[in-house]
Design a protein around this ligand. Structure first.
Ligand code: HEM
Length: 450
C-alpha cells in the first residue's frame, strides 16, 4: 500500500535530467574515463543531484550526488544487494568456467558466505589485525632507506599484510614471489580499466592481445594464491584467519582458495592507493604533524586523518547498486535492474556538506563541544557523502582491518618521521580506482626527537 502510494506520486524515469554526451569538452579528450570524476562533478553542478546518461539505445546510468538519495538507495537495496562487477571479470569466469568467491556471489549463496565471515571480520577484529604491524614496520624501514617507487612498495605492503592476516607469519616460509604476484594483480586493474572502454565480450571472443594480457594475469594470480593456500593447508596454522576458518570447518578447501584470492585482490589497490594519498597529504601538510603532537587525543586525530583522506580522495570513487525492483529515489521511479552510481568524489567536495572542501582539515571530523551529532565544518546532511567502504549488508568485509592498517601506518609516520612532498599539482585520475596523476615523491627523515 505504502509503495503503491509512493508510485502514484513519483515522477517518471524519463523526467530525470538527461546529460548530453556532446557536453564532454576538449579538456576530457582523448580518454574521458581518466577524468570521469571531474566530468561527473561538473554534471552534478549543471544538472543537479540526480541525472541520467545514455550508454546504449535502451540503457541509461543514473548518477546520484546527494547523501539523502544515497540513503534512499541503500534503504531499498533488498535482501541480497547487488553492485556492479567489471564485465571483463565475469566474462573471464564464464569463458574459462572458473568459480570465484564472495565478490561474484549473489543471492542466498552470497548471504551464506557473509553470514560465516561477518562475525570474524566485525565481532572479533583484534585477533589478526595486529599481525600486520610488523609488515608496516618493514615498509617504513625500506622507505627510510629509499623512498623511491612508493607506489610499488605500497602495493607489496598491501598484499603482504593481507596474506599475513590470513596465514599468520608462516606464509613467509613458502617461496611466494610477492613482486610477480603484485605485478599481475596490478595488471588486472590496468587492463580491466582499458577493457571498460570496449566490449569485454567482443575482446574475449576475438582473443585480442588486450584480452590475453588481462586473462593471463588473472590466471597467474589465481594459480599463485591457490598454490599458496594449498601449501598453507598442509602445515599447521597457528594464527591468522585461516586457522579460525579451519577450526570452524564451514568452508571447503576449494572455497578457502577462492576466498584468499578475493581478499588479496580486493585489498591491493584499495589499501595501497589510500595509503599513497595519505602519505601525499601528510607530506604536503607538515602542520598536521605539529597538531598531532599537541593533540590531547592523538588516536582520534589519526582517525580523522584517515577519514579526511577518504573524503578528498575516495579510491572507490563511485559506489554502485543495481535496483532489485522498482524503487523511488529523490521522488523519481527507477526501474528494476537500473544501474545506479553514487558520486563519492563529488559529494566529498560539496561546499554545502563540507566547509572549505578543497582544504585538508582532519579536525573537521571532531565532534562539537555541545555534544550534538554535528561536527566542525561537516553538515549533518553529509552523513552518506563519505562512506568509503560502502554501506549495508554488501559493504566492505574488511573495513575494520583496512582502517586499522591505515591508522597504524599514519601513527607510525607521525611518531617517527618528517615527510616533505616533492610533487606539485597532484590531481586524481581514474584507473578503476582513484589514483594520483603522477608518481608520488617524498623526502623522509627520521624525526630527531624520537
Ligand atoms: C582502503 C581500503 C578499502 C576500501 C576503500 C574498500 C572499499 C570497498 C567497497 C566500496 C566495497 C563495495 C561496497 C558496497 O558496494 O557497498 C568493498 C567490498 C569488499 N571488500 Fe573492500 N575496501 C578496502 C579494503 C579491503 C580489504 C583489505 C579487503 C580484504 C582483506 C577487502 C575485502 C572486500 C570484500 C571481500 C568485498 C566484497 C564484499 C561483498 O561483496 O559482500 N576490502 N570494499
Amino acid at each position: 500500500m505504502f509503495v503503491r502510494q509512493l508510485s502514484t506520486k513519483a515522477k517518471s524515469f524519463r523526467t530525470i535530467p538527461l546529460a548530453r554526451l556532446e557536453d564532454v569538452g576538449p579538456e576530457f579528450q582523448p580518454n574521458p574515463t581518466l577524468k570521469l570524476h571531474i566530468l561527473n562533478h561538473q554534471r552534478h553542478l549543471e544538472y543537479g543531484p540526480i541525472y541520467r546518461e545514455s550508454v546504449g539505445p535502451d540503457s541509461d546510468i543514473v548518477w546520484i550526488g546527494c547523501g539523502q538519495m544515497c540513503q534512499e538507495v541503500f534503504q531499498q537495496e533488498g535482501q541480497y544487494p547487488r553492485n556492479l562487477i567489471p564485465r571483463a571479470w565475469t566474462v573471464y569466469n564464464e569463458k574459462y568456467g572458473v568459480e570465484r568467491g564472495i565478490f561474484f556471489k549473489q543471492g542466498p549463496d552470497w548471504a551464506t558466505w557473509r553470514h560465516r565471515l561477518n562475525p570474524i571480520f566485525f565481532k572479533s577484529p583484534d585477533r589478526f589485525w595486529n599481525l600486520t604491524d610488523h609488515v608496516t614496520h618493514e615498509l617504513l624501514a625500506g622507505l627510510e632507506n629509499d623512498p623511491a617507487d612508493l607506489e610499488e612498495k605500497l602495493r607489496r605492503w598491501a598484499v603482504a599484510s593481507t596474506l599475513t592476516m590470513i596465514f599468520g607469519h608462516s606464509f613467509r616460509e613458502y617461496p611466494f614471489d610477492m613482486a610477480d604476484f603484485s605485478a599481475h594483480a596490478q595488471n588486472i586493474f590496468e587492463q580491466s580499466a582499458k577493457l571498460q572502454l570496449l566490449s569485454a565480450d567482443d575482446e574475449a571472443e576475438r582473443s585480442t592481445d588486450l584480452w590475453q594480457n588481462f586473462a593471463q594475469s588473472v590466471t597467474k594470480s589465481l594459480l599463485m594464491t591457490n598454490e599458496l593456500t594449498d601449501a598453507m593447508l598442509q602445515g599447521p596454522s597457528k594464527n591468522g584467519l585461516l586457522s579460525v576458518l579451519r577450526a570452524q570447518s564451514v568452508f571447503s578447501e576449494t572455497e578457502l582458495s577462492l576466498l584468499v584470492s578475493d581478499l588479496v585482490i580486493a585489498s591491493q589497490d584499495t589499501v595501497s592507493n589510500t595509503a599513497l594519498w595519505m602519505i601525499h597529504v601528510l607530506a604536503s601538510n607538515p602542520q598536521v604533524r605539529t597538531i598531532y603532537q599537541s593533540e590531547r587525543n592523538p588516536n582520534n586525530f589519526v582517525k580523522f586523518i584517515v577519514k579526511e583522506t577518504f573524503r578528498m580522495f575516495p579510491v572507490a570513487t563511485f559506489l554502485t547498486r543495481i535496483a532489485p525492483n522498482e524503487i523511488n529515489v529523490g521522488g523519481y521511479l527507477l526501474p528494476e535492474g537500473q544501474l545506479i552510481l553514487m558520486s563519492m568524489f563529488h559529494m566529498g567536495r560539496r561546499p554545502d556538506y563540507f566547509t572549505d572542501p578543497e582544504i585538508f582539515w582532519p579536525n573537521r571530523w571532531e565532534r562539537s563541544q555541545t555534544g550534538a551529532r554535528y561536527r566542525k565544518g561537516v553538515d549533518s546532511a553529509a552523513r552518506f557523502a563519505t562512506i568509503p567502504f560502502g554501506f549495508g549488508a554488501r559493504s566492505c568485509l574488511a573495513k575494520l582491518l583496512a582502517e586499522y592498517q591505515l591508522q597504524f601506518l599514519a601513527r607510525e609516520i607521525l611518531n617517527r618521521y618528517d615527510l616533505t612532498s616533492l610533487n606539485e599539482d597532484v590531481d586524481m585520475i581514474m584507473k578503476m580506482t582513484g589514483i594520483p596523476n603522477q608518481p608520488i615523491s617524498i623526502r623522509m627523515r627520521k624525526n630527531s626527537i624520537v
